[in-house]
Design a protein around this ligand. Structure first.
Ligand code: GLN
Length: 541
């Protein structure tokens, strides 16, 4: 079968959820028997998301092949329960770099190098690479940014060309837009949508479907109006009403026959009867929990929750799986002080210290880690969170007051956390950390072994510093065990504290592997222990 393409564009404003829409449609088409993948085209000039401040663009997601990508790839993996690779994320930076490198190599044989055709051809090449890798039946291509942005123009032009070249039954355009609700008149407004569809048309692209984000149900009158002004059949105007939880969207689209209509437009039939039971069950469990807990996420980017997107979603997956509703208390580590710590963590079921970089907020993280250790509160430290727990333990239990990470104090006398050897000569920041899938061997008889139920695991990474093995013995003597080790380099991957229900630090990022259908075992265990801890505490009080 010839690969078919679905282009997803966004209109009116950013943050409408193109990633969630693409993922939800992916789920529906996959459940109808098609081999699907989703690609994100990002119009910014960074080569990848690795160097972006989380406040600018949310979390940096890491693929198993070690590429630092846009957070939308996390949605694709969590919804589709399948991995993506670096080919699934393309940025303008990458496109321009390739074209400019080609030019320097003399590959264009004296031609003037231009946006059209050289940039657009390179975009096309990157889109088509995926076809060759895995013979996908359908590739959903999500175009970042909003129609009308200057940066997006080469992508829209590429869509125009591809629609023409591939033929109109082999590619379609879905335009996600917003219908603002005006409280004063009690109306949903279509004008911004009309303008953004017209903007697409000015660039030669006719949308085939409109998906309308809205806070109120849309009436037939609105549908007909949109249809008339946007040249789109009323059947292909789809509602995407605000939901409490993003995982509701596949079902909401399905009941409007969106997947069927998309297949029809692509001249395809359903290969099998879709089975969305797993999704329906998930939503049922999510909406009818038996227990409620509150997990504190401690980090320095907490005012933008997207900075910790994968962690937040992993807690939702693991909680829902066990009918536990996980509330999250976001705690800015910069505000944690000895005098307010009891108040901050009052009523908390578990403490999670998030990954991060640099000095800011470290003191608060160390205090939080100490608080969890002393009060026997379930604790999960991820990457920097694990490193912080080691520093705290060294200072307060091993009585090494100068213990520190070289990232924070390069001149410390007691470097508990040191730069990984092969990082020493690296000058560039982009794409140079220890990244992606790496092996870890778990010690039998450890808590972490019982969590995974196996000895060999593979998890994703993103860091430059590691635990200094010179201190391993002293830590073990005082009950902090390295229970997971990389077999090739002896790098400490997991630490755990004896005589504590759940005090675990991981150098890797389990959050990148949790999906709706397959919650991650570490999060399952952490959430369960947090629930048991708080129940016990409430019962004894
Ligand atoms: N900054 C730490 C390091 O580079 C931790 C990184 C992280 O938390 N992702 O090792």
């Amino acid at each position: 079968m010839k690969t078919k393409y679905i282009f997803v564009t966004g209109g009116v404003t950013s943050s409408l959820g193109k990633g969630i829409l693409s993922s939800s449609l992916g789920v529906l088409l996959k459940s109808r028997g098609y081999k699907i993948t989703i690609q994100k085209l990002d119009p910014y000039l960074n080569i990848d998301s690795g160097t972006l401040n989380p406040y600018e663009h949310g979390e940096c997601f890491v693929t198993s092949d070690g590429y630092e990508t846009d957070l939308d790839l996390g949605h694709y993996e969590r919804f589709l329960d399948q991995i993506t690779t670096h080919e699934n994320n393309v940025t303008s930076g990458l496109i321009y770099k390739t074209v400019i490198d080609n030019e320097r190599e003399g590959k264009y044989l004296g031609k003037t190098v231009q946006v059209i055709p050289h940039i657009t051809n390179e975009i096309k090449r990157r889109i088509k690479i995926l076809e060759k890798i895995n013979n996908y039946h359908i590739i959903i291509v999500e175009i970042g940014g909003t129609v009308g942005d200057i940066e997006i123009l080469p992508y829209i032009e590429t869509v125009r060309q591809l629609k023409w070249e591939l033929g109109y039954t082999n590619s379609i355009v879905i335009h996600l837009t917003l219908l603002p609700y005006i409280l004063a008149t009690g109306e949903l407004k279509t004008k911004p949508t009309q303008h953004s569809v017209r903007n697409l048309m000015e660039n030669g692209v006719q949308a085939d479907f409109l998906v309308c984000r809205t806070e109120k149900h849309i009436s037939n009158k609105i549908i007909n109006k949109l249809s008339l002004f946007c040249n789109i059949s009323p059947h292909n105007v789809i509602e995407s009403i605000n939901t409490k939880i993003i995982y509701d969207l596949p079902n909401l689209l399905h009941i409007q026959n969106f997947d069927k209509k998309v297949l029809k437009k692509l001249n395809l039939i359903s290969l099998k009867k879709p089975n969305l039971n797993a999704w329906t069950n998930f939503i049922q469990q999510y909406k009818n929990p038996k227990y409620q807990i509150t997990i504190a996420i401690v980090g320095k980017y907490v005012s933008l929750h997207d900075s910790y997107k994968s962690i937040k979603e992993s807690l939702v997956h693991a909680g829902t799986f066990q009918k536990i509703f996980v509330n999250i208390k976001w705690i800015n580590s910069c505000i944690i002080k000895t005098k307010n710590i009891i108040e901050i963590f009052n009523g908390i079921s578990g403490i999670l210290i998030a990954p991060g970089f640099g000095n800011r907020g470290i003191k608060g993280k160390i205090l939080a880690s100490e608080y969890a250790r002393r009060n026997k509160i379930p604790f999960l430290g991820i990457c920097l969170g694990m490193q912080v727990a080691m520093i705290e333990f060294a200072r307060n239990v091993l009585k090494i007051p100068q213990a520190d990470s070289c990232e924070i104090n390069p001149y410390t006398k007691d470097p508990i956390i040191i730069l990984i050897k092969n990082q020493k000569n690296i000058k560039n920041k982009g794409g140079t950390m220890r990244l992606g899938n790496l092996k870890c061997i778990l010690k039998k008889n450890s808590k972490i072994f019982s969590i995974y139920g196996q000895e060999k695991i593979i998890e994703r990474h993103r860091h430059r510093y590691e635990f200094n093995n010179d201190y391993l013995k002293s830590f073990a003597t005082y009950g902090m065990q390295a229970s997971g080790i990389n077999p090739d380099t002896s790098l400490v991957e997991v630490i755990e504290l004896e005589h504590h229900v759940f005090f675990i630090g991981v150098q890797f990022h389990p959050e990148y592997k949790s999906t709706v259908i397959n919650p991650h075992p570490i999060f399952i265990s952490f959430v369960k222990e947090s629930k048991d801890y708080i129940n016990k505490k409430l019962n004894t009080n």
